[in-house]
Design a protein around this ligand. Structure first.
Ligand code: LP5
Ligand code: MN
Length: 244
């Protein structure tokens, strides 16, 4: 389902030259699906790790930015809401890729339905170690200090952090890495929407929540490790579709 009146949502591709399958899938997805849509919104963790826009010097990142730019050139609007891997994406990348950056979360009107877009990590409030880490790396002063370090040092730090993260996750119960129901309800108090779309947990599904007697649908996007997938929305509603 992709036509000039549908809006597509993807997340958690974790693109890196070290994992060619998702890269190939994404480049095909652009030509076969996204090119024919009205918009493509990336809900974070598009890159395996983004250590600063000066890393656009790397050919791989240039190629990805150009691929995204081809959509803008065809009139497809592209939006990017960052995740926990690529929250340092900035205006230089946005310009190179022809896209618009969105804050996390962002409320939109999607074919008349108030919809909240988020990466999803902020809802995983049972994961205390992660939330403490998140507070540290989202601090603007900390980010400035990080970005002031030479690029090779930042890349090495990101690799070390990825390893620590994988090690830490292996020792966590799966349920603490899912969203917390109260965190979702609290987001719905601030943003009284009828639909939430997010990624991060890699647990693609459609959930229904009842809030003050109103039904809210929560769509969770898939990752792209073994096959791709996306949410396609139009005036009739949303559907999760796979792309292999
Ligand atoms: O990413 P994913 O899905 O595997 O796991 C996340 C949480 N992990 C992270 C870390 C990222 O994977 C690494 C990001 C690297 C790129 C960023 C570059 C720019 C910043 C560079 C900073 C040096 O987000 C993981 C969650 C999981 O989601 C599920 O929700 O559990 O959280 C963790 O694993 C965090 C650990 O529990 C705690 C980590 C402590 C590390 C402390 C080091 C602090 C030192 C920082 C400065 C060197
Ligand atoms: Mn994530």
């Amino acid at each position: 389902m992709s036509n000039p009146t549908s809006s597509l949502f993807i997340s958690d591709l974790h693109l890196t030259p070290e994992r060619p399958l998702p890269v190939r899938l994404f480049l095909r997805f652009i030509i076969e699906v996204a090119q024919n849509a009205q918009s493509l919104t990336i809900l974070g963790d598009f890159f395996e790790a983004w250590v600063g826009d000066d890393n656009l010097a790397e050919a791989f990142n240039q190629d990805i930015a150009s691929a995204l730019n081809s959509l803008a050139a065809r009139g497809v609007k592209v939006f990017f809401l960052p995740g926990n891997r690529d929250f340092l994406v900035g205006p230089t990348f946005a310009k190179a890729a022809g896209l618009t950056l969105l804050p996390d979360p962002t409320q939109i009107d999607l074919y008349g339905i108030a919809t909240l877009l988020a990466h999803g990590d902020q809802f995983c409030t049972d994961d205390d170690a992660y939330q403490a880490f998140r507070r540290q790396v989202r601090d603007p002063v900390w980010q400035q200090q990080f970005l002031a370090q030479p690029l090779p040092q930042r890349l090495a730090l990101a690799t070390a952090l990825r390893e620590r993260s994988e090690h830490a996750k292996a020792g966590k119960k799966p349920e603490i890495m899912d969203v917390n129901a109260d965190a979702i309800r609290s987001a719905l108090e601030t943003h009284p929407v009828s639909r939430i779309i997010h990624g991060h947990t890699h647990r693609p599904a459609r959930h229904e929540i009842s809030v003050h007697g109103k039904t809210v649908e929560r769509w969770v996007l898939p990752d792209w490790y073994e096959s791709g997938g996306y949410l396609a929305c139009d005036e009739r509603g949303c559907r999760l579709l796979s792309f292999a």
